[in-house]
Write a protein that binds this ligand. Structure first.
Ligand code: ZN
Length: 334
């Protein structure tokens, strides 16, 4: 077993008082060497690779804004850019591509792209929600250009992966499942938003405080039938540690043990259906300790070495989501 990772901390992509900041990686960085995984160099994504997902006019405009008007805010989330953000975003997307190619070529069993800025809100025509380019979508498209025919992307960041959904809205080669807290940014991702794509685009809106028990049910009753029916050749995970119960900007209820459970479940699915091919790509997560503990949980699950040691159980009572999960299963015919 070999696990590789890329690390793109983008220290110059920073804005005063913004939660998506380099300090997110401060605790993680000091612990990277303790993980049983090999660092590989991220190469910047090329314009052609970015164009798998994004409109070239948007990309050209974004580059010009970074060169001529940065630093500044470019959307209401707020999403910011600095003079280095264009290059930082190319390297973040490249970090995801580099991981995916290592797994696809058999140089590694699995991988983790620890990159920022994050990507899953970025839509084909616009940067959005702290995201510049959609790292996971670009890496998935790169794998499709290299011969894969079916890919599943599972997104368990606290927010809806609207950008990834938009990238593959009409692309039958990619299945997408997003779990997210309902009622928060960006407001999309209701169960019935994509009636044209039943069993392919699955939205799992969850109430505040949904935590380890709910997510375990979601994995068993929704991740499993999606992967079983779609039969992907590779799985990508948009993992955001902002679904942790003490994340400063959301109100979900996962603990680090919950993140470990989820990583083990999706890795088991990849082993059963995809010859183990799985790539985790970091999205959000705004508490540096949660990011470090969550990343450790993913690495421990990927390498199969040791156990995740952080103990931070959710102190809040979880809501019952059985009927919500049943409703989603019924809508998709699972
Ligand atoms: Zn998020």
């Amino acid at each position: 077993m070999k696990t590789v990772y890329t690390f793109v901390p983008s220290p110059n992509h920073v804005y005063p008082d913004h939660p998506e900041r380099p300090a997110r990686f401060d605790v993680l960085e000091s612990r990277l060497k303790s993980f049983d995984a090999e660092l590989i160099d991220a190469k910047p994504a090329t314009p052609e690779e970015i164009s798998y997902v994004h409109n070239p006019t948007f990309v050209a405009t974004l580059e010009k804004v970074c060169r001529e008007q940065a630093p500044g805010i470019i959307d209401y989330a707020p999403t910011y850019v600095t003079q280095s953000s264009f290059e930082d975003a190319l390297l973040a997307a490249g970090g995801a591509i580099t991981c995916a190619r290592a797994v696809l070529h058999g140089d590694a069993n699995n991988a983790f792209a620890l990159v920022r800025p994050p990507g899953h809100h970025a839509e084909p025509e616009r940067a959005m929600g702290f995201c510049i380019f959609n790292n996971v979508a670009i890496a998935a498209c790169d794998a499709l250009t290299r011969g894969l025919e079916r890919i599943a992307i599972i997104d368990y960041d606290a927010h809806h992966g609207n950008g990834t959904q938009a990238a593959f809205f009409n692309d039958e080669r990619v299945a997408f499942l997003s779990t997210h807290q309902w009622g928060i940014y960006p407001g999309t991702g209701w169960i019935e938003d994509t009636p044209h794509a039943k069993k392919r685009i699955v939205n799992v809106p969850l109430p505040a405080r949904a935590g380890d028990k709910v997510y375990e049910q979601v994995a068993d009753k929704l991740f499993v039938p999606l992967v079983e029916s779609f039969k992907p050749q590779m799985i990508f995970i948009s993992v955001g540690f902002d679904a942790h119960w003490n994340d400063p900007i959301t109100m979900l209820g996962l603990s680090t043990a919950g993140y470990f459970m989820l990583a083990k479940k999706v890795i088991a699915l990849a082993e059963e259906y995809c010859d183990g091919k799985i790539v985790f790509v970091l999205e959000g997560g705004y508490d540096p300790v949660n990011v470090a503990n969550g990343a450790e949980a993913v690495f421990v699950a990927e390498t199969g070495q040791g156990t995740s040691e952080a103990s931070d159980p959710n102190p809040h009572k979880e809501p019952d989501c059985d009927s919500r999960i049943e409703e989603i299963r019924k809508w998709h015919g699972f």
